[in-house]
Design a protein around this ligand. Structure first.
Ligand SMILES: [Zn+2]
Length: 126
């Protein structure tokens, strides 16, 4: 990965939050147009940003609300289908634990990259 990519990706969180200056925004938009690696990172950051926003919009009862959504998914045929084979015969609570673990690790990976990008950005702006 080039140095430009490092810098672009460090700025992606601010890019999706639209807190960058117009000049930086344009530079990143130009780079995204021709760099697949940064495009991939951008779509991850955008998904993460949207995910965080939807969590923020359920302010007040985030963990309970999230748990209910996951429980609903585990009861619906669509959500349970991939898991049912993997944990056939397992107790429902166990499948839910697996669902939660999967959701947490997926969100965790994105969050970790967001954190490191944020840290990097802070160092660059100092
Ligand atoms: Zn790039």
């Amino acid at each position: 990965m080039s140095r430009i990519c490092d810098e672009v990706q460090a700025n992606l969180p601010a890019y999706v939050e639209r807190t960058l200056s117009p000049l930086r925004r344009n530079l990143i938009a130009l780079h995204l147009r021709r760099c697949r690696a940064c495009q991939a990172e951008f779509s991850l950051q955008r998904e993460l940003h949207e995910g965080l926003q939807s969590l923020a919009s359920t302010e007040g009862t985030p963990p309970e609300g999230l748990l209910e959504v996951l429980l609903d998914n585990s009861n619906s045929p669509r959500g349970a289908a991939p898991l049912r084979g993997a944990v056939s015969g397992a107790k429902p609570a166990y499948s839910v634990a697996l669902l939660l673990a999967g959701a947490a690790s997926a969100a965790g990976a994105g969050y970790a990259s967001w954190l490191s990008a944020k840290h990097l950005r802070r160092r660059l702006t100092k």
